[in-house]
Design a protein around this ligand. Sequence first.
Ligand code: SAM
Length: 106
Amino acid sequence: MTKKINFISLFSGGGGFQIGFENAGYNCLLSSDIDADAEKTHHKNYPNIPFIKKDIRQLDYKEILKATKNIKPDLIIGGPPCQGFSAMGDKISSDPRNELFNSYIK
Ligand SMILES: C[S@@+](CC[C@H](N)C(=O)[O-])C[C@H]1O[C@@H](n2cnc3c(N)ncnc32)[C@H](O)[C@@H]1O
């Protein structure tokens, strides 16, 4: 049997990316987002997958590994806020969310 690829989902929002990856056969170890409604949605749809409600700038790898029971993810997925870049957004260069992709990379 082929081992499933484990992933964690950052900026997970309503879980759209997560559904896509799970439908493709990947295994979600953990989701995280700052938003309380994202947390509620996650708990309703995925009661057995841990969720950390936190500002990504405060999230560290020790907390992630604790939640995944020390399983290291093969993959990290996430959709950082794009309002400052998207053609559909306001493109405000001083929007502090424009910097959040740095925490995603970190
Ligand atoms: C483009 S949406 C992600 C949508 C998600 N990929 C999906 O499939 O539904 C960006 C997400 O970033 C979250 N977010 C914004 N600021 C954040 C921060 N400082 N730390 C963590 N998440 C944050 C928002 O709550 C929002 O859910």
